[in-house]
Design a protein around this ligand. Sequence first.
Ligand code: NAD
Length: 499
Amino acid sequence: MAAALSLDQWEARAKALDYRHLAFIDGRFVPALSGKTFPRISPIDGGLLTQVAECDASDVDVAVAAARKAFEAGAWSRAAPKLRKKVLLKLAELMRRHGDELALLETLDMGKPIGDSTAVDVPSSANTIQWYAEAIDKVYDEIAPTAPNALGLVTREPIGVVAAVVPWNFPLLMTCWKLGPALATGNCVVLKPAEQSPLTALRLAELASEAGLPDGVLNVVPGFGETAGAALGLHMDVDAVTFTGSTQVGKFFLEYAGRSNMKTVSLECGGKSPHIVMADCGDLDLAATKAAWGIFYNQGEVCTAGSRLLVEEPIKDAFLDKLAKVAATIQPGNPLDPATKMGAMVDQKQMERVLDYIEKGKDDGAVVRLGGKRTRQASGGFYVEPTVFDKVSPKARIAQEEIFGPVLSTITFNGLEEAIRIGNDTIYGLAAAIWTKDIDQALKAARRLRSGLVWINGWDEDDITVPFGGFKQSGFGRDRSLHAMEKYTQLKSTWITIR
Ligand code: NAD
């Protein structure tokens, strides 16, 4: 990527952008069979970015057929791992080479700060593709410890045609969390990006083709969930669905599988993660900084957002004062300005949903301590102030339901038992954190918090080597790490009789 660009330079590049706006099927860009398109409205200023092909069930049929043909042909699915490695490494390199363009597309499409797109989303996405590329020729199959008159081979095979359905909050990164392990293990993929954020996926497919991915191995069908998404879920020739999105839609995919061909389903869904601060927290300043970024990063549109602040009663006021100081430095601005730390909500609907939750919070008796309003209205874009509620009841709607915006609900407690009880008291179980100097308390909490990720004295530590995913209605199956490959492979047992 180039050296840091200014706001003017990013805006000039945005004007000159050539959007990929057609579906990508069997190695080429094609319009939707119906000829329909849908508008991509910029969250930054409400202006039209481009019209995108609106795929439906008939386009999904064509894409799945292309993926099946490619899978059966075997140029990818039966290729030596080192060949798949070479192509995916080339893709990672191309992503880096076109990093500024991908970052710009991501920011224009979903409103996150350009500094985050360039420093986090694009490099992490390229690293993910690279990591699975490098892993694939280092994973061995097994020979079972059977009696000596037989040889039991336990091998992993690609599942076949994988449908990847992804959300809009980290469009490129979530896509790569799916594509890295799915492609590395030899599957062919039909990807449906969220209707709010299809632009990076389309450019990525083109780069993958340039990197040498055979036609039909990666297909992208932009369109709406109720049509293109449902068609993938219900398709009789899709072998697996890998989904990231809301819990409500995750449940639809379980139904779709039951109503069609029992395809395997893995779900990365919503969260309402507790950020627990004990009175004996060793570093309140650090905890307050992490708690603020834990909810305001990416405009709060993060599945693991620490949206419930559970703070022990005696330190609550001091802690909220510190948190407010940090929040004051994370105010919404133009996402194309490199100085901006918080961008726009993805669209008007999401902004209104967040503002509606702020009203619900007040109605339920919570007190707005900070923010609470729409801002930067004159820009035409969709911005909400970082918002902190105090005196939230653990059963209030803003303490139970995923808002997916910059809204923090503060709940007080006394003692670890109460913290764990409140922490576990939601339908979700994605992430949790505890801040304490007492190692026994920390480990007790880590064991008893019902969530797939627990941070002790930190927030949002992450690494591609560590699995990511939830308990309870936050889903099942894991992204990242070698464990992610389990979702995209099936075990075969082959017996050889020795006479
Ligand atoms: P969403 O569930 O509305 O949409 C996700 C995807 O599903 C989109 O591609 C959408 O078009 C599709 N879809 C929507 N309705 C559908 C239907 N009826 N049938 C088939 N497909 C359908 O989620 P979103 O609003 O795009 O994203 C926000 C959600 O994603 C939040 O709940 C967030 O927590 C979750 N998320 C989870 C993780 C994780 O790893 N656990 C990561 C990021 C986001």
